[in-house]
Design a binder for this molecule. Structure first.
Ligand code: ATP
Ligand code: MG
Length: 187
C-alpha cells in the first residue's frame, strides 16, 4: 500500500545561474564556472541574446555557442550543468520571470553586472559576485578583435571552442562581416 513516509525525497540541491552572451566562450568563463561549480550541485548556464548572430558583437548562433560550451565542459570532465538559450525581451521589469520560465529551478545567481544583480535581488534570489580572471585578454571583445585582425586568438579559448569556431568557419565569418560593414575595425 502507498505510504507517504516511503516516498523517496531527493536531497536538497543548490543550482547556480550564470548568464553570458559567450561570443565566444573563453578561458575566463571556464575558470569562473570551474570555481562556481565547486560551490553548488548544478550550474545553469544561460546563453544570452540567443536570437543574435552574424554581427560584430554577436557573431555566433546560440547553437554554435551551445556546441562550444558543451565541448569545453566535456573536455574538462564537467557534467553538472544545463545550457539554456535565452532570447532578449528588452523589458527589464519582467526579465527575471522570463529567465526563470526557461531554466530549471535555481537559488543562486552569479554576476558582476549591477543591473542584473538588482533585478535578481528584487526577485528574492541570492546574488553573488563572480571572480574575474585575466580580464585584459580573457574577453569576448578582445578575442573578436584578434580574429578580425588575424592575430593569434586560439590560446584564449578552450580547445573545443577553437575547434567549433573553425569548424563552422566562424573566424572567416567575423572577418567578412567586418569587411562588409566598415574598412576599419571598430569593435
Ligand atoms: P564581451 O566582451 O563580448 O562582452 P565578455 O568576455 O564580457 O564578452 P560575456 O559573455 O559578456 O563575455 O560575459 C558573460 C559573463 O562572464 C559576465 O558576467 C562577465 O562578467 C563574465 N566574464 C567575462 N570575462 C570574464 C573573465 N575574464 N573572468 C571572469 N568572468 C568573466
Ligand atoms: Mg561582456
Amino acid at each position: 500500500m502507498f505510504s507517504p513516509s516511503l516516498v523517496y525525497m531527493r536531497r536538497k540541491e543548490v543550482s547556480a545561474l550564470l548568464i553570458g552572451r559567450f561570443q565566444p566562450f573563453h578561458n575566463g568563463h571556464l575558470e569562473v564556472i570551474k570555481t562556481i561549480s565547486g560551490q553548488c550541485d548544478r550550474m545553469i548556464i544561460g546563453i544570452g541574446s540567443a536570437q543574435l548572430s552574424h554581427t560584430f558583437e554577436n557573431p555566433f548562433t546560440a547553437g554554435e555557442r551551445h556546441l562550444m560550451i558543451s565541448r569545453a565542459f566535456h573536455d574538462e570532465g564537467l557534467d553538472n550543468f544545463f545550457l539554456v538559450p535565452i532570447v532578449d525581451i528588452h523589458r527589464y521589469a519582467i526579465w527575471v520571470a522570463h529567465v526563470a520560465s526557461l531554466v530549471p529551478p535555481f537559488q543562486d545567481v552569479y554576476t558582476n553586472n549591477p543591473l542584473t544583480r538588482r533585478l535578481f535581488e528584487e526577485a528574492g534570489y541570492e546574488v553573488r559576485s563572480a571572480p574575474i580572471f585575466n580580464r585584459e585578454v580573457y574577453s569576448g571583445t578582445e578575442i573578436r578583435r584578434r580574429i578580425v585582425n588575424r592575430q593569434e586568438w586560439q590560446s584564449l579559448v578552450p580547445r573545443g571552442v577553437a575547434e567549433t569556431i573553425i569548424e563552422v568557419n566562424g573566424d572567416q565569418r567575423l572577418i567578412d562581416i567586418t569587411k562588409d560593414h566598415s574598412p576599419e575595425v571598430t569593435i
